[in-house]
Design a binder for this molecule. Structure first.
Ligand code: AMP
Ligand code: GLY
Length: 425
């Protein structure tokens, strides 16, 4: 069958690599893709939010499966757009309906969902621009640090954590009155701060059956020892040492199962990934956030640990046949190190030539995150440029392989954290 994959990051290169290995995949297209996805299929220059153009392309190219990488087209309703069109509704789609995508698209929706289904999360309250006084009063009831979130999608920048009450109130006003994040901060969520270690847990679900994928830990800060600004993610490891059987049983019983039940009770059409952003507070899992897609750079260490044919599982999901299905997981550890442009997550230059990308070793994979082709060269095209993933018997070995390989890829102003996994080494 012909498959169309949407997105252009390291997550999508990893998915393209895996999808292209499937015996079920005849032709893979990636919109818009990057210089790495081109190794596994054909890039097509269509914006992933241009549903009309994607629909026309799908008809002309006989697409049977649409795999949606990023959240934006899902929150914008790509699933509903295809399902409501007679010429497109035969296409299997991996990704939830617009209503389901609200789990990520609206923090208020997600918090309300969790509170209705008794899913452990930080206590919270929601406010709009007419409720500044109420927000000020609510902040008084919380202990610092204060967590303030724009309700809608804000490109990963919509969460502010501050220590001082006055600063918290200033941030609240900036979001609600000055529209700091545009419509995304018309409403805000203020919540209790949870202290613990985060991890990312993933399932693929058809809204009834679900399969647990390998979990991962993302290293979000730009600087060594988790210091400096937040980024999209500087590296990841899978499995996560503290996610033992006992902890994961709590995750399944208290979080995953009630979430699937909640989707059913709310009559939400959901066939896709759920990414549970969790925090381990003294051995108890809490949900920080839901995402309706895979994580990046978690995907780069999670997907290579899946041994089964992913297209088969995706089709079982999209066709609602996931119940009692399983996947085979590689017991080895995966470790991903992200190579970024100097200056990221602030300003950085694009267009530097990237060299020495040939993989030297069967256990090390190179995924492009922000690259493009220019004048026959691969050049940098984003803050996060290349992800190096290695598989080995231990996390330590996998990390050392990835660090070693990361050293030998070259582009101007290259930077990577050489302490990914420092907390487990
Ligand atoms: P989010 O965009 O919801 O993932 O939030 C971004 C980051 O802010 C999370 O990955 C956490 O590190 C942090 N965060 C969000 N909510 C809380 C909370 N209630 N307590 C502690 N940290 C939080
Ligand atoms: N790595 C976190 C995310 O994809 O949101």
């Amino acid at each position: 069958m012909n498959i169309l994959l949407l997105g252009s990051g390291g997550r999508e290169h990893t998915l393209a690599w895996k999808i292209s290995k499937s015996i079920l995949c005849d032709k893979l297209y990636i919109a818009p893709g990057n210089a790495g996805t081109m190794q596994h299929g054909e890039n097509v220059p269509i914006d992933f939010n241009d549903f009309e153009a994607l629909g026309r392309f799908s008809i002309v190219n006989n697409i049977s499966l649409l795999v949606v990488g990023p959240e934006e087209p899902l929150v914008n309703g790509i699933y509903d757009f295809f399902k409501e069109n007679d010429q497109l509704n035969h296409i299997a789609i991996l990704g939830p309906s617009q209503k389901g995508a609200q789990l990520e698209g609206s923090k208020h929706f997600a918090k309300d969902f969790m509170s209705r289904y008794d899913i452990p999360t930080a206590s919270y309250s929601t406010f709009n621009s007419e409720q500044i006084e109420d927000a000020a009063t609510f902040l008084r009831t919380l202990k610092p640090p204060y967590v303030i979130k724009a309700n809608g999608l804000a490109a990963g920048k919509g969460v502010i954590i501050v220590d001082e009450y006055e600063e918290a109130l200033r941030q609240v006003k900036d979001m609600l009155l000055n529209k700091r994040f545009g419509a995304a901060s018309d409403t805000i969520v203020i919540e209790e701060f949870l202290n613990g270690v985060e991890l990312s847990v993933f399932v693929i679900t058809d809204g009834n059956g679900w399969i647990l994928l390998p979990e991962a830990k993302d290293y979000k800060r730009i600087g060594a020892n988790d210091t400096g600004l937040n980024t999209g993610g500087m590296g990841s490891i899978s499995p996560v040492p503290f996610a033992d059987e006992d902890f994961m049983q709590k995750v399944k019983d208290r979080i995953i199962q009630p979430t699937i039940k909640g989707l059913q009770s709310d009559n939400i059409d959901y066939k896709g990934f759920i990414f549970f952003g969790l925090i381990n507070v003294g051995g108890q899992p809490f949900v920080i956030e839901y995402n309706v897609r895979l994580g990046d750079p978690e995907t780069e260490s999670v997907i290579p640990r899946i041994k089964s044919d992913i297209v088969q599982t995706i089709l079982e999901c999209a066709n609602g046949n996931l119940i009692n299905k399983t996947i085979e997981i590689d017991p080895r550890s995966a470790a991903t190190v992200m190579l970024v442009s100097g200056g990221y997550p602030g300003e950085y230059v694009k267009g530097y030539k990237v060299t020495d990308l040939k993989s030297g070793n069967a256990n090390t994979l190179i995924f492009h995150a922000g690259t493009t082709y220019k004048d026959e060269n691969i050049v940098t095209n984003g803050g996060r440029v290349i992800a190096v993933t290695s598989l080995a018997e231990s996390a330590k070995e996998a990390l050392l392989l990835s660090f070693e390989r990361a050293e030998r890829i070259n582009f101007s102003d290259k930077y990577f954290r050489n302490d990914i996994g420092f907390d487990i080494l």
